[in-house]
Design a protein around this ligand. Sequence first.
Ligand code: DAT
Ligand code: MG
Length: 139
Amino acid sequence: MSTEKTLVLVKPDGVSRGLVGEVISRIEAKGYSIDALRMLHADRELLEQHYAEHVGKVFYEPLVEFMMSGPIVAIVASGNRVIEGFRALAGVTDPTVAAPGTIRGDLARDQGTKVVQNIVHGSDSTESAAREIKIFFPN
Ligand code: DAT
Ligand code: MG
């Protein structure tokens, strides 16, 4: 049985606020492994692939613009049930109501922007994880 993998992104708000280490710490403290890591400044083409499922939604363009607004950190984390486990560490999408103790609940809040800025992305299924890891780590 191969170990499950997920794609985590520290978004531009997380990087600019100096929270890369905090996110990595929480992943490691939970017991998952960091298999790969890279910092990049994503372009539109890459983000259009990554966020293909959200094309046409009102927050799509603000989301792409936000994700291009500064450097991000892409991480492959692994471990049994890491996809579900990282989503639990991240908390729900809306940081206002994300539970205290989660990354979003502890470190983010509503900034009144068109797109929710919530520090991290985490894949939501084995299919999305495989697809997203290939986008950020083509080799
Ligand atoms: P998640 O990141 O929790 O998987 P998602 O995939 O539904 O959430 O959406 C991707 C990102 O888009 C999310 O992290 C923040 C933003 N977003 C989602 N729903 C939104 C909404 N209703 N209004 C503004 N931004 C939203
Ligand atoms: Mg999602």
